[in-house]
Write a protein that binds this ligand. Structure first.
Ligand code: ZN
Length: 101
């Protein structure tokens, strides 16, 4: 397995997973609950990570992630519920899980 993405916010990692899944790329999230405890300051080591199962899809997965990350924000969607900015490719708000439509 290869790591394709990591972020301190697990909802953003899961959004990335959903986008890749929509492209037919299966991934698993590791460290999902590592950064949990109340009062704990998560370190980079315990950020949730997105790993790809089929390494033949690695290049495709990385280019999709890159495309999302290189978005300059012009296509960003703002959550109607909490007002947070979300990447255009995301389907649910990373902050409150509200559907972005
Ligand atoms: Zn929201």
């Amino acid at each position: 397995m290869k790591k394709v993405y990591t972020h301190e916010n697990r909802m953003i990692v899961f959004n990335m997973k959903n986008v890749l899944q929509g492209e037919g790329i299966e991934t698993v999230v590791v460290n999902e609950f590592a950064a949990g405890g109340a009062g704990d300051l998560p370190t980079f080591d315990t950020w949730p990570e997105l790993w790809i199962e089929d390494e033949t899809q690695l290049a495709q997965a990385r280019s999709i992630v890159q495309e999302i990350l290189s978005d300059d924000g012009s296509a960003a969607r703002f959550c109607r519920k909490c007002g947070e900015q979300n990447e255009a490719a995301f389907r649910v708000c990373w902050n409150c899980s509200n559907a972005l439509e």
